[in-house]
Design a protein around this ligand. Structure first.
Ligand code: UDP
Ligand code: MN
Length: 340
């Protein structure tokens, strides 16, 4: 009995009736077809998902560029709103050199200048060529600017441990900016003032109001310079300058810092020999320039008769890059692909 029933179940395909065989084959074909459709649809779903993501990305980019455009438009509008035909132009001259803090310094300075009407920023890089970092920064801040470069002669470059009074900084760069002014502004026509704005100082926007209407040379106090809290002109009861309180080389003809005066553009243009010089003694750059323009009794005190500090000779500490140096020894860097 048992073996008989076993025999029944061990029937081979040859024994299967043709109808049943056909049925099974059709079922198999249908299953394969359905499976194929499933796979194909899954492919479609993936493609659909990818397309949707691409569209989302485009939508986001569009939104971003719309916002960017609105921002740019606002800046342009601000540029127009902040330019007045009758107001003298402030030509701010900034020498600058490549170092880890350069972008931070220039960003702070640019964003101060963005609050000042009628300003023309002359940036002179201490380099053979203009850098991409400074070019990008200038292009993005919507200021009137001129971008130049002039490298300090190697003999005049300060060595790492050299005291900073030994070699003047920014001489060739400031002179290049002054030459640009001689070549690009017109004697008897253009109204403006020249100001030497180093990239690391701190400026209250008030100082630009004070200097704008300088007739010859205006002066004011500078904070945190020359070993003092404030270095400033001393004014008598009639509002005339009778001297300076400077402690560092007070015998200088003009014992003041580069950040403490502005020059009328026309006065400068009328004195073709006025410029800085490597020949000057240490600390005498300001004096050599001012001596070729005016006498001490002709300077104009501003900032409430020199009782207010609107500019500080701040200096930025060199950055500690101990771990960056280690990374670079391994051929890596933390700022790969990022401008810092
Ligand atoms: N500067 C430069 N090249 C240098 C050193 C300084 O162009 O090799 C620039 C610097 O960026 C700044 C100005 O010259 O705008 C004065 O330099 P720094 O602030 O170092 O001088 P200090 O504060 O000692 O007067
Ligand atoms: Mn400085």
């Amino acid at each position: 009995m048992y073996s008989t029933s076993n025999h029944k179940w061990s029937m081979t395909s040859q024994d299967m009736p043709l109808k049943k065989k056909l049925f099974l084959y059709s079922a198999l074909v249908i299953l394969v077809f359905l499976w194929f459709l499933g796979v194909r649809n899954r492919g479609d779903a993936e493609r659909y998902e990818a397309m949707r993501q691409t569209l989302d990305t485009y939508e986001m980019q569009l939104k971003e560029s719309k916002e960017q455009m609105a921002y740019t438009l606002r800046l342009f509008k601000k540029d127009c709103d902040m330019w007045y035909a009758d107001l003298p132009v402030i030509y701010a001259i900034t020498p600058t050199y490549a170092r880890p803090v350069q972008k931070a310094e220039l960003t702070r300075l640019a964003q101060t200048f963005m609050l000042v009407p009628n300003i023309h920023w002359i940036v002179v890089e201490d380099a053979e060529e203009k850098s991409r970092l400074v070019s990008n920064l200038l292009a993005s801040c919507h200021l009137n600017y001129t971008h130049l470069s002039a490298m300090t002669p190697p003999d005049w470059k300060r060595k790492a441990k050299e005291p900073n009074w030994k070699k003047p900084r920014g001489v060739i760069q400031r002179n290049m900016a002054l030459q640009w002014l001689r070549d690009n502004t017109v004697i008897g026509i253009d109204k403006g003032v020249i100001y030497f704005a180093d990239d690391d100082n701190t400026y209250s926007i008030q100082i630009f109001n004070e200097m704008r209407h300088t007739k010859r040379v205006s002066v004011w106090p500078v904070g945190l310079v020359g070993g003092l809290m404030v270095e400033r002109p001393i004014i008598d009861s009639t509002g005339h300058i009778i001297g300076w309180n400077s402690a560092w080389h007070p015998e200088r003809p003009f014992p003041i810092d580069m950040a403490g005066f502005a020059i009328n553009l026309q006065l400068f243009l009328k004195n073709p020999e006025a410029k800085f010089s490597y020949e000057a003694k240490g600390g005498y750059q300001e004096s050599i320039l001012l001596k070729s323009l005016i006498t001490r009794d002709q300077v104009e005190p501003v900032a409430d008769n020199c009782t207010k500090v609107y500019v500080w000779h701040t200096r930025t500490e060199a950055v500690d890059l101990v771990h960056e140096k280690k990374l670079r020894l391994k051929g890596k860097q933390s700022d790969d692909g990022i401008e810092v």
